[in-house]
Design a protein around this ligand. Structure first.
Ligand code: KIV
Ligand code: ZN
Length: 527
């Protein structure tokens, strides 16, 4: 097994910066809205795990985005905090206002340079070149850490790309990011593009090239690594590959690829890979986007060996079928079961093994929930604890709508009914109603207590472990006027989990509504 701390190429290894954009490009994923507190929690974890630059948001987009970026800037420890801005002084000033309190703040300004984007912005090549010069100069007058991106770079004419990159460097950009905005490129081309820029653009050796790939053709990780081999030294990525459409390059994939294959890709990152699972779970919990079972590195099955031959091989020698150790990404090798007689110390040790470090206060809270679960479920497995921690990651204290009480009647005799009490703000409202099955009855009750136009787009139930006492994790996606929000919840009672997931999605929709309230109507659509 590759112990990458001592990988063959490590001595000569170049450092690659990890730029995480989960809170900006990731949050643009339809339905992945995060609250202010959740963004702070994710940023703190990214900072702790060694992410070099955190793109914390798009400050001009809404007051909420601005406040989140500003708050993250104030508490950042070692990561550089970056704010996104379009190519105009108002956006750039707003981004700087949000990141200026960070120990290290960065402005990231961009403009679409491909023919299609020039058409949309009604700028010809010369006018766009002038705009780039003016805006990068403007940003550079505010800070000496300026990143510039020619959006849709991979579909921009090569000569024009060289021209605008040169202008941005001359105007003071210190990082040039090359986005494959629509996930169009392939590894060979991704490498050639970076190599060409380094070769042709004067001043290219004085700045850092970054690669920013989208996964529309499933090549985002390969494209990013190819760009690094050609000379890029910053990878832009998101946890779990979260992002618009098919998502962005996944942080865990590029980091582990560089770690495991240091022999052929001699590059290091500053990431403490043992925090990867915790980051993956947190992002999945707060975005409401479940991680697919066979997702590389962080999927439930990534280290599971089902076939007899594989199991036998792994038991005799883990290297037979494993190229990395589960503990390298923060997964423990054992699955010791806890139960209602387990104490705080056992719970703390088990949670630490799973990558959750917590204060005494936090532990006290989780312990109460653990005991409640253990009372209902004889054996509590790792997966149960992860579901419990995922549930706690979603901070319900600030929710406008909360579930107070639910009782359903189901069985062979229709109609099935639900008696539900919700707390809306400070007020309690109760209703009893019927439906086509207990879940339908409960959802009808929510709609009657809190009338809304949102449409149910997705309702999904997964069993966390095996057995009839297993917890169910439910995902609910709602859509209202083009806004999408996803909620998730787990409980041994599937109907309770369903109602909580629905209410969770509804609360997220309220956050989305606030973000696009009339005062912000001039706010941009996401790039
Ligand atoms: O994909 C893209 O082009 C972007 C830019 C804003 C960098 O996210
Ligand atoms: Zn992007």
């Amino acid at each position: 097994m590759t112990d990458t701390k001592h990988s063959p190429g490590a001595a000569a290894a170049d450092r690659v910066l990890i730029f995480d954009t989960t809170l900006r490009d990731g949050e643009q994923s339809p339905g992945a809205t995060m609250t202010h507190e959740e963004k702070l929690e994710i940023a703190a974890l990214l900072d702790e795990m060694g992410v070099d630059i955190i793109e914390a948001g798009f400050p001009i987009a809404s007051i909420g985005d601005f406040e989140a970026v500003a708050a993250i800037s104030r508490v950042a420890k070692s990561a550089t905090i970056c704010g996104l801005a379009r190519a105009n002084p108002t956006d750039i000033d707003r981004a700087w206002e949000a990141v200026r309190h960070a120990p290290k703040g960065r402005i990231h300004t961009f403009i679409g340079t491909s023919p299609t984007h020039r058409d949309i912005t009604h700028l010809d090549k010369d006018a766009m070149a002038d705009r780039i010069h003016e805006t990068v100069t403007h940003a550079r007058n505010l800070t000496d850490d300026v990143q510039w991106s020619p959006m849709d770079a991979t579909r921009t004419e090569r000569d024009y790309l060289c021209r605008v990159v040169e202008i941005a460097i001359k105007a003071g950009a210190t990082t040039i990011n090359i986005p494959d905005t629509v996930g169009y490129t392939a590894p060979k081309e991704s490498a050639e593009l970076i190599a060409m820029l380094i070769d042709r653009v004067p001043g290219a050796d004085e700045i850092t090239f970054a690669t920013h790939c989208h996964n529309d053709l499933g090549m985002a990780t390969a494209n990013a690594l190819a760009a690094v081999e050609a000379g890029a030294r910053q990878i832009e990525c998101t946890i779990n590959g979260l992002g618009e459409r098919a998502g962005n390059t996944a942080l865990e994939e590029v980091v582990m690829a560089l770690k495991v294959r240091g022999d052929i890709m001699p590059f290091t990152t500053g990431i403490d890979t043992r925090r990867i699972m915790a980051a993956s779970r947190l992002v999945s919990a707060v975005s409401g986007f479940p991680v697919q079972y066979n997702k590389a590195i962080v999927g439930k099955n990534a280290f599971a060996h089902e076939s007899g031959i594989h199991q036998d091989g792994v038991l005799k020698n883990a290297e037979t079928f494993e190229i990395m150790r589960p503990e390298d990404i923060g997964l423990n090798a054992t699955n010791l079961v806890l139960g209602k007689h387990s104490g705080r110390a056992a719970l703390r040790a088990k949670l630490a093994e799973l990558g959750y470090e917590m204060s005494d206060n936090q532990l006290g809270d989780v312990f109460v929930r653990f005991k409640a679960l253990a009372d209902r479920k004889k054996e509590v497995y790792d997966e149960d604890l992860i579901a419990l921690m995922t549930e706690s990651a979603t901070d319900h204290a600030h929710d406008h709508i909360r579930v107070k009480h639910l009782k359903v009647v189901c069985g062979t005799e229709a109609p099935q009914s639900a008696d539900l009490t919700l707390t809306i703000g400070e007020e309690e409202r109760q209703i009893a109603t019927t439906g086509d099955g207990p879940v339908d009855a409960a959802f009808n009750a929510i709609k009657q207590i809190y009338p809304h136009e949102a449409r149910l787009q997705l309702y999904q139930v997964h069993a966390v472990t095996e057995g009839t006492d297993a917890q169910a994790t439910v995902s609910v996606r709602l859509e209202e006027d083009g806004r999408i929000a996803t909620g998730q919840s787990s409980d041994t009672d599937t109907v309770v989990a369903s109602v909580k997931a629905y209410v969770n999605a509804l609360n997220r929709l309220l956050v989305r509504r606030q973000k696009t309230r009339p005062a912000d109507e001039a706010a941009p659509t996401a790039p």
